[in-house]
Structure formats: C-alpha cells, structure tokens
Design a protein around this ligand. Structure first.
Ligand code: C5P
Length: 302
C-alpha cells in the first residue's frame, strides 16, 4: 500500500518558471561568434508560467500548452531542454509536459528561457536524475544566453553573452508594473539593428552594483539603463511611445531585454496600482507583479 501511494505521488511534478527583467543591460562589444558581450543585471519577478510533468510512453516527449499558436515541437525551448537532458543521461522514460503560459512570448521577459530552465529543474526531479548542477548549467548555455540565469533566479550580474553569472545581494522589494504593446520582438533583429557607435566598450555598471549592495531603492531606480532601447525604438516606435506613457505616471520606465515589454519599479502598492490603471488603455497587456528573490543558486560561477 505504501508503495502504491509513493508511486502515485511521484507521477506528477510541478515547476514554476519565473519571468525576469534586466535592470541594466549594457552592450560592451560585438563578438566574432555573432553574439554581443554584455554587462547586465537580471532580476526575477513573481510572474510565472507553470510546467506540469506527468507520465508518457517510453521515449515519448509530449508538450502541450494553453497558448494557441505556440510551437510544441523542436522550436520550443522546453522540448529541446527535455531532449538534451534525456540524451545526456540516456533516459528511457517519456514525459508529458503541460505548459501554462502567463508570461508574454518574445517580450523581453525571458519567458522561453525560463520555461527551458524550469523544464531542466522539473525533469531532474521527474526522472529522478542526479542533482548535478554543472550538467544543467552546461545544457542551459546551449539553449540560450538567459537560460543559465533562469535556472538560478534571484538577482545576478551577467557577463559574457549573459551566461556568466555572479549572484548579487537580493534586491530590496519592489512592486513592478509591466506593459507590453502586443507584438513579438525578435532578439536577433534588435541586436542586428544596434549601431557600432552604440556599443559601449568602456561601460561600467558600478553605480547600479553599488546601489544594489547598499539596498538603496532610489539609486537603483536612477541607474536603470538599457543599450538595446535605441535600436528597438528605431525598429518599433510603439515601444518608445509606451515608455513615454509609463513615464507620464511619474515613474522611471525601462525596456526589458530586447523588448517589447516596458517596466517600472514602485515602492508602494498604491503607486503601482495607479500606474497600472493609467496604462490599461495604452497597452495591449499590463500586469502588476513583484520582484522575486528566487530559491537561491546552487552554484555561483563567473
Ligand atoms: O542566446 P539567445 O539564443 O537567446 O540569443 C538570440 C539571439 O540574440 C542570438 O542569435 C544573437 O543574435 C542575439 N544575442 C546577441 N548577444 C547576446 C545575446 C543574444 O547578439 N549576448
């Protein structure tokens, strides 16, 4: 009886995939491999997708999602994460993954990267694989530049193409308002539109790092910056308009990642709620969430 109960309990695993914003994103160089070198500060948000893992036939990987039009095959990072992990460990068991999307897609919030990271974490539990964090990190880097951060979450400095991480002191708590104009943005297209003169070789982000270390909310807000805003605004002027609408509420607004989501940080729920209400008619999607400290990294490497 005890065995049956245990077996039934092990049949389902649930894993949350948290969204991220970039508090700072400075592009410091263009590399020979097609990527750009960055200095970025990632921050997890409470907004999350949910992945549910249950049994499938041996060797079968089935992905299902509530979002119409989202691929459930090889161009979905969840599927690729599952295949890579399965192949690495020679797993014969299958898996049925249900992906409940709440984070907008191709929006600068790391939704796809976070789904991939949650798939790795969840499948480690579902397939009862060894807790080898370095293996997960290696697979994560192959899946995308933001996936290693999404594996650990919290607050972290990203260098290289964003995959080399140093955990930072947890950010003081903020309410976060997100606004998205309702279209997908190609990260590659935004990087391609970045002019050579916009690359900041000597950039340093010590102001933001000091503000985080000091836990100084006003200094954190005043150091928000993103090199990718200018190319993204040229490609999609609607993003600039949305940022301006958000700033009309009195907040400092910034585009996250390669866009198109724009965010602002608030110290009171009242101010955040008022800003959200003001943006409701200006954006396709507006959401009030919070910073999320994460469950903590298992390794810390640069
Ligand atoms: O790593 P990821 O697959 O998310 O990157 C998508 C695209 O964004 C890359 O193919 C590249 O064109 C661009 N990119 C970049 N520099 C980075 C990260 C991404 O040029 N640091």
């Amino acid at each position: 009886m005890a065995n049956i109960v245990q077996h039934m309990r092990q049949k389902q695993v649930i894993e949350k995939a948290y969204a991220k914003i970039n508090l700072v994103l400075r592009v410091t160089g263009k590399r020979a491999d097609g990527y750009h070198d960055l200095l970025t500060v990632f921050q997890s948000l409470a907004l999350h997708d949910v992945l549910t893992f249950s049994q499938a036939n041996p060797d079968e990987i089935i992905l299902e999602t509530n979002l119409p039009g989202l691929s459930t095959a090889a161009d979905n990072l969840v599927w690729r994460a599952a295949v890579k992990l399965k192949n690495f460990y020679g797993v014969r068991e299958g898996v049925h993954i249900k992906l409940q999307k709440n984070i907008p897609v191709a929006a600068g919030l790391g939704g796809g990267s976070s789904n991939a990271a949650a798939a790795l974490r969840g499948l480690l539990r579902f397939w009862r694989l060894p807790r080898e964090w370095t293996v997960l990190q290696k697979i994560a880097v192959q899946l995308g530049s933001d996936v290693p951060f999404c594996l650990q979450g919290g607050t972290a400095l990203g260098t290289g193409r964003g995959e080399k991480l140093r955990t930072l002191k947890p950010l003081p708590f903020f309410y976060v308002v997100l606004a998205n104009p309702g279209f997908a943005v190609s990260t590659a297209a935004v990087y391609q539109a970045l002019g050579a003169d916009e690359i900041e070789e000597g950039a340093n982000i010590s102001g933001m790092l000091q503000a985080i270390e000091a836990g100084n909310r006003q200094d954190i807000i005043s150091h928000l910056s993103n090199t990718l805003e200018l190319p993204a605004f040229r490609l999609y002027p609607e993003i600039k308009t949305l940022k301006e609408e958000m700033e009309k509420t009195g907040a400092v607004a910034l585009m996250s990642g390669s866009g198109a989501t724009v965010f602002a940080l608030f110290t009171t729920k009242q101010a955040a709620t008022a800003a959200k209400a003001a943006l409701e008619k200006k954006a396709q999607w507006v959401h009030l969430t919070k910073t999320y400290a994460g469950s903590g990294p298992e390794v810390n490497y640069v």
